[in-house]
Ligand binder design. Sequence first.
Ligand SMILES: NC(=O)c1ccc[n+]([C@@H]2O[C@H](COP(=O)([O-])OP(=O)(O)OC[C@H]3O[C@@H](n4cnc5c(N)ncnc54)[C@H](O)[C@@H]3O)[C@@H](O)[C@H]2O)c1
Length: 393
Amino acid sequence: MSRGERDAPGNGHTVAIVGCGSMGERHARAIIATDHLEPRLRATHLCDRDTARADRVAALFAQAGLPRPSVTARAEDLFADEGLDSVIVVLPTAAHHEVCVRALRSGKHVLVEKPLALNLEQASAMVGAAERGGRVLSVAENYRRVGANRALRGLLDRSGDVVSMSTDIVCSLGRDTRHNAADWYGDPDIAGAYLAHEMGAHEMDLVRFLLGEVESVYCVPGFPPHEDSRDPRRANGLFALLRCVSGAVVQMNLRSRDDESPGGSRRIVLEDGHVLSGAWEVWDGWHRARDGVRTTTDEVLAAHTDTAESGTDAAAPAHQPLRPLFARDDVARSGTASAVHEFAQAVAGTGTPEIDGVDGARTLALCESLILSARTGVPVFPEDLLHDAGIRL
Ligand SMILES: NC(=O)c1ccc[n+]([C@@H]2O[C@H](COP(=O)([O-])OP(=O)(O)OC[C@H]3O[C@@H](n4cnc5c(N)ncnc54)[C@H](O)[C@@H]3O)[C@@H](O)[C@H]2O)c1
């Protein structure tokens, strides 16, 4: 098929990106990077209330030789457009709920950045709107889609029962705010808690991906010496113990520090050995299995996916380790392109999202549990929170 034929109206499902900040740009690059795969998404609209940002993202499509999407400042303009099949919502977290619900009620399929919503009441309304309208609601969580973390899951699948896992993550609110130019990351009314929702959502999703569902969460907050507030949403440390349904226990240290390099590590203890993972959100992790042999991500993935063709991997079941969909120097290697390609498959009716709305709500319940336990000093059972919010599991 020629480029002209591929770009013809009617070929490929249409998509709009709502929010063209740092992650919105990454989604645009992901759509461009997956343009050669079938099914594909055709970006027809970009929305940002700062239209200069949307214009900059529109230019990326033109530079890639694709039709330039039209630009609007108002998300409402998109909902009445019957030619639009789907939207990718990449707004500050507090805005996810309203835009997603309106899009779903207008019959659009929705892919939304993590965390699904600011709280479980909002999440419940989003899940309900998707169910009632029979539309896809999917979360673009990317860490589990990074090759290194797929490989870690693959090692666990062949390593026996997990006894415990310890995760130590250092991030930096100051650095993230500067780097992403997102001044709202530190505002709990917009982002939720920086450590629990903005960063913790990734870790909680990974725990669920690697070890299964979590039964209880106990969390103690830490604060910088000059901080008067004891609101755990403003903590610079969250120290948590999670008990999984499988019986495995997770010790998680989430810290925001400006004086340490961002990074992290995971140590997973098995019945008769352990796996160390130097992989955080890095694209090239390493792992040391119980036989003591150190392997790279690509070695683990190669052992599992000898016959898989690039581009078909995203459709494989979640428990199969997937090799990275894209080459190492590809901007899409963060996992977002896999999420976008999987969304394209769901919109086309040829696949189902790995992380649907209920799944996103389960992860959000763990983020909420961190804050609630830190506030009350007692363990919290995330399923109780989901039940109270009316989310059926
Ligand atoms: N997956 C990841 O690794 C990752 C990393 C960073 C952020 N995120 C998530 O992505 C989402 C967006 O974060 P970001 O860093 O791109 O934020 P950002 O501030 O860089 O971008 C948000 C954009 O939305 C626009 N906007 C805000 N309200 C709007 C509205 N009502 N209508 C239209 N446009 C509006 C802003 O002008 C801005 O350009 C958040 O949910 C965040 O948690 C995910």
